[in-house]
Design a protein around this ligand. Structure first.
Ligand SMILES: [Fe+2]
Ligand SMILES: [Fe+2]
Length: 181
């Protein structure tokens, strides 16, 4: 990965795989609550904790310096998507807690929020890969891309050991081996 945008696109490969797992779990009407817990952890710690942190703390502010406001236009849309995603995760997580205390009707809320998140993120990643990152590639210098990459590494360095990028990718692949046959 030579550029910061390529680093983010590589994260997207695994986030998309996770969303495919989520849709498959819903489709199969899975009741494997431990797997749902793992999905939520992967979203919170990898998709949001690492990937969205790289975007929100570093990429978007640098785009802001280039004239792309966080208040309107494409960056604002991306921030709004991230926030909407967090609401789905909250809904799914609350459903999981209710299901664990014996409320089987909560399964429906888990499925709806999982599906909502997966479809939202698939559209979101498509917009980033095809529009936002291509804009970034046009306005960032090679040096700026390298600086961003170094700062990404610092975020990765602070990750929880069990959910750093490498471990998270392994966990996504283990779920994919179960659900994406
Ligand atoms: Fe994003
Ligand atoms: Fe992204």
């Amino acid at each position: 990965m030579n550029t910061a945008t390529q680093n983010l696109e590589n994260d997207h490969v695994y986030i998309l795989r996770l969303t495919d797992v989520m849709l498959a779990m819903v489709e199969k009407q899975s009741v494997e609550i431990g797997d749902f817990d793992l999905v939520i952890n992967l979203i919170r710690k990898f998709a949001d904790g690492l990937h969205h942190a790289k975007e929100e703390d570093l990429l978007f502010p640098l785009l802001g310096e280039k004239g792309f406001s966080p208040e309107s236009g494409p960056v604002a849309v991306m921030l709004h998507d991230h926030e909407e995603g967090r609401q789905y995760v909250k809904g799914a997580s609350e459903g999981i807690q209710k299901f664990k205390t014996g409320n089987s009707a909560a399964l429906q809320a888990i499925y709806e929020n999982m599906k909502g998140y997966a479809l939202l993120l698939q559209g979101h990643i498509d917009k980033e890969n095809n529009i936002l990152f291509r804009m970034a590639d046009q306005v960032f210098s090679a040096e700026e891309q390298q600086n961003l990459l170094k700062q990404f590494a610092a975020i990765e360095g602070n990750a929880e050991a069990e959910f750093n990028s490498e471990k998270s990718i392994q966990k996504v692949d283990s779920l994919a081996a179960i659900y994406l046959q």
